[in-house]
Design a protein around this ligand. Sequence first.
Ligand code: ZN
Length: 298
Amino acid sequence: MSMGLLLLQSCRLEKKAPGEKLLIVCTTGMLGDVVENICGEYADVKVIMGPGVDPHLYKPNPADIRLLQNSDVIVHNGLHLEGKMGEIFEKLDGEKIVIRWSEGIPENQLLHATEDENSHDPHIWFDSDLFMQGAQYFTKRMGESDTINAQHFKKNLELYLIKVNALEEKVSKMIDQIPVEKRVLITSHDAFSYFGRKYGFRVRGLQGISTVAEFGVKDKVELVNYITKNQVPALFVESSVSSRSLESVIEACHKKGHKIKIGGTLLSDAMDEKGKLGGTYLGMIEYNIQTILEGINE
Ligand SMILES: [Zn+2]
């Protein structure tokens, strides 16, 4: 970005009338919740994709486009998570401050997509260390654009990081209750690789890294063989993906004489409704681990 453009943008953010708040528009609920924690007192934070929405397939509607056009700052995950929105981010970059969260994460910490060595796995919120590097980057970019409030953003981030650490301590004790050989996670699509790396789970999804690609017969046969060979007791559906395909996997396992059940519904690519445990970013982590713990150990 040119220096001139940077100055133009910082002027806009700081020339807001007293009491007038910035409008920050985020794509996913996970981004929106963390952004709210960092800038909530100084900005109106809006989220485009609500509970149960699949970001891989989401196409912005006219109201979303108007909201993006009225925003001061746009925050998106990147790594092609919002597969159908790339064009609009590109179009508005320069006019708005467009912050790509994943830009804050060093490339060597990212996982590759299972089906394509040239692209990266976008599900970075499943590793809070990675996601908080994105939060640091966001806070830095916001501070550069709004120097008046920069210190407040930094302070809020520090307070939030304390909460993140406390939660990770809590969930690591929960994970300790799952025997290592039982740490196998079967889901609809490959959303949980970062989760698996962080908490020591072997993970398998029926579909690849994005829900755009349909799974093939071969994928299903391989998954059924894996489940029966490893005597996996439960698999997990996702709130933002249809459970139909996994039900056919269960049926195929039963035909081979292996009983497997649905262990529960995980929040993979979207948070739950506000007010529920999974309605915040940290609550979503806790909800998922609690659901896996109950589903596997039952
Ligand atoms: Zn996904």
